[in-house]
Design a protein. Structure first.
Length: 402
């Protein structure tokens, strides 16, 4: 079994064998110690890939004598699967041990897992045993309800010194001699990802008894991937035009969504009226070029959108010095999630009206829906007749009756 598999597929049985993450591990222990007298019934472990989230949970569970019932990305995770998991929660452990439920890789829930996330929310409300959820991206919009239902535990990127110490230990235990520059390079190149570091080490060490700096030629520099928080810090904290313009280059997020994050946090970073006015002016000018791209299909304007939204915004700072700022996700995204059900019902009702009246769905939504709402408001007795005429479901009729 390779070194990466030894750590991640067969996690350490002892907490002392874990790499870093002392605060996160302490938070997990504290939660499990206090359960069920905790404010929330579930934990949400979040952080980048390869930092030991799942390994930490398994080591803690082993030392605290918990049996883990796991549901991961390889499992069928639709509504019926969640309902079966609910029955598992209600039964005792085969070995008389305490039990906890682990649902890994939340971000991979997709269209094929219909109802899965909603069922997890129900499980959390009903559970009598701890539930632990794991995700790479806590700010994924579809996880909003779960974020509020869980106690959040953050796993940070590992320090290169922590990774280096672990690599040195593994090589020494394997009786492989090595030059210090080898583990130094691999630990820094990993970007805080222990899994990546172990894969790199295994790549150059297979079949060898000694590792030299020249062996590193087989490795390539791993591109760094920033979180949105990394990118916002680069944008708002730099005095360099070029650094600000490149602040989103390593961000794995749609640029339009990233601009919403910038817009949401401008007022948290800039304090004077002049700074705020100039920053929002740069964003509004960027938005003008975005609309020109859509209208004219001229993608050459994209360079102006990116520069105005990044370097333009960063250039307005007049007050030097930086205090801590807690960046918040865009309110617009939260509002869209909150109104998703209403918008879905509105669309389905408009389609039914369009089918019966032989108009477009757009016309049905803009003109006919308001008219039906007024009719029901003035004569509530028409509610049943209108529902029958268009075949409205209860939710659609309730929406029209508001």
């Amino acid at each position: 079994m390779g070194w990466c598999n030894m750590y991640f597929l067969k996690p350490p049985a002892k907490i002392k064998d874990l790499v870093g993450q002392k605060k996160a591990i302490a938070d997990i222990i504290s939660f499990l110690d206090a359960f069920p007298k905790t404010s929330k019934k579930a934990l949400l472990l979040h952080g980048p890939s390869g930092v030991g989230k799942t390994s930490a949970l398994y080591a803690v569970a082993n030392e605290m004598d918990y049996e883990i019932v796991e549901l991961n990305a390889d499992s069928n995770r639709n509504k019926s699967a969640m309902e079966r998991l609910n029955s598992v929660i209600k039964t005792g452990s085969l070995f008389g041990r305490k039990k906890l439920v682990l649902i890994d890789e939340l971000e991979s829930f997709g269209a094929g897992d219909r109802g899965g996330l909603a069922e997890i929310s129900k499980l959390i409300k009903q559970t009598s045993i701890p539930i632990v959820l794991i995700t790479l991206d806590m700010w994924n919009p579809k996880l909003k309800a779960l974020r509020t239902a869980c106690t959040q535990v953050a796993f940070a990127k590992l320090r290169s010194t922590e990774i280096k110490s672990h690599l040195n230990l593994m090589l020494e235990n394997s009786k492989i001699k090595f030059e210090p520059a080898v583990t130094e390079f691999i630990s820094k190149n990993a970007g805080g990802d222990l899994r990546a570091a172990l894969n790199d080490l295994e790549t150059i060490s297979t079949g060898k008894q000694k590792l030299e700096e020249s062996d590193l030629i087989f490795l390539v520099n791993r591109p760094k991937v920033d979180t949105i928080f990394d990118s916002l810090q680069k944008l708002f904290r730099t005095d360099s035009f070029s650094e600000a313009a490149a602040s989103f280059d390593n961000l794995n997020m749609d640029f339009e969504l990233a601009v919403l994050w910038v817009s949401e946090n401008i007022a948290r970073e800039f304090k004077t009226p002049q700074e705020l006015a100039e920053a929002y002016n740069f964003l509004s000018r960027a938005d003008i070029f975005s609309s020109r791209i859509l209208r004219r299909q001229h993608w050459g304007f994209l360079k102006y959108v990116r520069t105005l939204s990044t370097a333009g915004v960063a250039s307005v700072r007049r007050v030097k010095g930086h205090s801590f700022v807690r960046y918040q996700p865009p309110l617009k995204i939260s509002k869209l999630i909150e109104t998703r059900t209403q918008r879905t019902l509105k669309t389905s009702a408009a389609k039914k009206i369009a089918s019966e009246t032989h108009v477009s769905s757009r016309v049905a939504e803009k003109e006919y829906l308001p008219m039906l709402k007024n009719m029901i408001k003035n004569k509530p007795d028409l509610r049943k007749e209108i529902s029958s005429a268009f075949g409205f479901e209860k939710g659609e009729l309730d929406l029209i009756s508001l």
